[in-house]
Design a protein around this ligand. Structure first.
Ligand code: MRU
Length: 351
């Protein structure tokens, strides 16, 4: 099993996703600042993995704290939370994880400092385990929607590497394959950061799931040629009305899916649903460094001085989404109702 991130006695250990697929290198972060840098620099990426990394970063900050009183420890917790909260703006799982750690602190603050620290470490570990279980549940729900024999297109990496393990969109594909379905994955390469060709293809090859990498601009042609039976992607934030923020290019895929009569599914844990966000227009979109566009493997690909845009995410309007697969069940339109029902329940329900 791929260990995307792990709590160890020495610190938080990450597989360095910037080095894949050619090098499998692990990075040990010994301070919360190093964890924040790992998130910012995309050593770890993908909404659920970012959330668990944030929780572990906070836990590490608590563990290494020299605070002697609960008040001092709380001030440090706030500083660390603030710092980690500034790393990446779009994936709501980051803020969900920070809030959960803060709430845990409030519940245990009457205890001695050493015990509070332990409680926060245990909470971060619990979030890691819960994320894997959520992905497996998502897989069970979503597998039923996959074709029994056919192509499934995905965009970016919503796999084990983007989560604590198993994956959201790739978890659905894994579960379908485990259930005996014959699936051939088409992985969009996902310019500019190449999460599809570098990461999705790497982890599916490890699992022996048949995979073809295509450049992003080939997706429409593959759909038109009848090679794609379904599309499944992850999400960084889902608004209360079902609008979905995900990796740049997802919107294009969703519109093409509609044109070609192919179901477009989103797989994401409830922690990705932001009920406080009414619609997609309110979702903050991260703008990344122009160099990700201007250079490929260190070689300049555009003329000097040309203007560049590099939004890391786009928003797919809910009208293009056939269903949202969560660990608590499958939500369908009208999403205001179905998501509210799922977000408010602790167990699986039909929505
Ligand atoms: O910029 P990234 O690599 O963090 O973007 C990741 C995505 O857009 C994923 O599709 C999303 O986080 C879902 S991961 C289960």
């Amino acid at each position: 099993m791929i260990q995307t991130l792990e709590w160890t006695d020495q610190g938080v250990r990450f597989i360095d996703q910037t080095k894949l697929p050619t090098e499998e290198i692990y990075l040990m972060c010994k301070t919360h600042q190093e964890v924040a840098d790992a998130i910012r620099n995309m050593v770890v990426r993908g909404a659920p993995a970012i959330g668990v990394a944030a929780a572990m970063g906070i836990a590490l900050g608590m563990k290494t704290s020299k605070a002697e009183t609960v008040g001092e420890l709380k001030r440090e917790l706030d500083q660390i939370s603030d710092n980690i909260g500034k790393t990446r703006p779009t994936a709501v799982n980051l803020f969900w994880a920070i809030r959960r750690m803060q709430e845990k602190f409030e519940r245990v603050r009457v205890r001695p400092v050493a015990q509070i620290k332990n409680e926060l470490i245990e909470e971060a570990k619990r979030m890691h385990a819960e994320d894997i279980a959520a992905n497996q549940a998502m897989g069970r729900h979503g597998a039923t929607l996959m074709p029994s024999d056919g192509g499934v297109l995905t965009h970016c990496n919503a796999g084990a590497l983007a989560t604590a393990g198993y994956g959201t969109a790739l978890g659905v594909i894994r579960a379908a394959v485990e259930a005996g379905k014959k699936i051939h994955v088409y992985a969009d390469e996902t310019r500019p950061f190449l999460q599809g060709s570098r990461l999705t293809a790497w982890e599916l090859m490890k699992d022996g799931i048949p995979t073809t990498v295509i450049s992003d601009n080939m997706a429409g042609a593959m759909m038109k040629q009848g090679k794609i039976g379904a599309i499944v992607v992850g999400a960084d934030r889902i608004a209360a009305n079902g609008d979905v923020a995900n990796k740049i290019g997802t919107y294009t895929v969703a519109v093409l899916a509609k044109e070609n009569g192919i179901p477009f599914y989103v797989a994401a844990p409830i922690s990705t649903v932001d009920m406080a966000c009414a619609d997609g227009s309110k979702i903050p979109i991260e703008q990344r460094n122009a160099r990700e566009i201007t250079h490929i493997a260190g070689k300049q690909m555009v003329p000097d001085g040309v203007s560049i845009e590099n939004p890391a995410f786009d928003v797919t309007p809910a009208k293009y989404v056939a269903a949202i697969i969560t660990e608590r069940g499958i939500a369908r339109a009208p999403f205001e109702e179905s998501l509210r029902k799922l977000a408010g329940s602790e167990t699986a329900v039909e929505a």
